[in-house]
Every structure is written in structure tokens, then in C-alpha cells.
Design a protein around this ligand. Structure first.
Ligand SMILES: [Ca+2]
Length: 166
């Protein structure tokens, strides 16, 4: 293997690892990004790995890039010309991306938008999902559940999901 091929191979592996991990770096750009609960399962400690995506795990995502409104807001800020990583959160914090009455700051444990990129996440806060509109107590309405929790998954040919309406 020549040097060029070796470098290509290394780059390929790096990209694959990044994709499998589901942008772990992105989750460091807002507080408590690694401990966002899965309100669909409701199981304590069960986290939503890909906070900005409609599907929580990469391996379950058929369309690969289905973003929730938090993910869309995040990307809009990230893609803004000249904006560094540390500048994303102060703007994103003030928005209520999923429209459930809590700002992203409240949802992610930084209600006053004081957290800064690189600092430890605020601890001992109740964390909600910034892309899924929960009730005040963190539960979901049936309508929210059907919109956010039962999306088509890649399964072993036992498709019980309904076809999309035309
Ligand atoms: Ca929410």
C-alpha cells in the first residue's frame, strides 16, 4: 500500500468512526449533551444518543439525516459564517426549539445560559430532551409519542411500521 492509499485508508476509518459515534463532538457543544434522556422509553439512564436527530441511534436511522427542530436550530447556528464552536450555545440556549415551553437552556440544565464551551456541564439539574416536546413532568402525550417515538426503524424484516401516507 502506497503512502497515498494509506492516508486515504486512515481518513476513511476516521470518518467511519465519527459516523458510528454519532457526532460525539457535537454533543460537547451544548451542556449535558451526553445525558439527554430518552422520553420515549422513560427508562432512567436511557439516553438519546443523537440529540439533534429524530432517530436516537445511528444504526436505526434509515434516512440518516432526519433532524428534529433542535438539530435544525443547531445546524443553522453551526453553519453560520464565522461562528466558532464556542459561540453556538449562547444563541441556541435562548430558543425553545421543540416548542414545549422550556428553552433549550432549561432543557439542558443551564436555564440562565451561563455555561460556556469546555466547562463541565451544570450538575444536579433535571434534563429534558430539547428536540421532543415533553409535558411539564417529562412524560409525553399520545400525540407526541406517535410523532416522535414510533418512527420507522431498520429491523430484521419484521416490519410493523405503517407506510407513509401519500
Ligand atoms: Ca423538550
Amino acid at each position: 500500500m502506497g503512502l497515498g492509499s494509506a492516508l486515504c485508508f486512515v481518513a476513511f476509518i476516521a470518518i467511519v468512526l465519527m459516523e458510528v459515534a454519532g457526532h460525539p463532538g457535537f454533543r460537547d457543544l451544548f451542556p449535558n449533551g451526553h445525558v439527554v434522556p430518552d422520553p420515549c422509553s422513560g427508562i432512567p439512564g436511557d439516553t438519546w444518543h443523537r440529540v439533534g436527530h429524530l432517530i436516537k441511534r445511528k444504526e436505526d436511522d434509515v434516512a440518516k439525516k432526519q433532524y428534529n427542530n433542535f438539530g435544525k436550530d443547531f445546524l443553522e447556528k453551526k453553519n453560520r459564517v464565522g461562528m466558532g464552536a464556542e459561540e453556538i450555545w449562547p444563541d441556541l440556549c435562548k430558543l425553545d426549539s421543540d416548542g414545549d415551553g422550556r428553552t433549550n437552556g432549561v432543557e439542558l440544565g443551564d436555564p440562565n445560559c451561563l455555561w460556556y464551551f469546555g466547562e463541565p456541564s451544570p450538575a444536579n439539574m433535571t434534563i429534558y430532551h430539547p428536540g421532543i416536546p415533553e409535558n411539564a413532568n417529562g412524560t409525553l402525550t399520545e400525540q407526541t409519542r406517535s410523532s416522535f417515538c414510533n418512527l420507522p426503524l431498520v429491523t430484521n424484516a419484521t416490519s410493523t411500521t405503517t407506510a407513509a401516507t401519500p
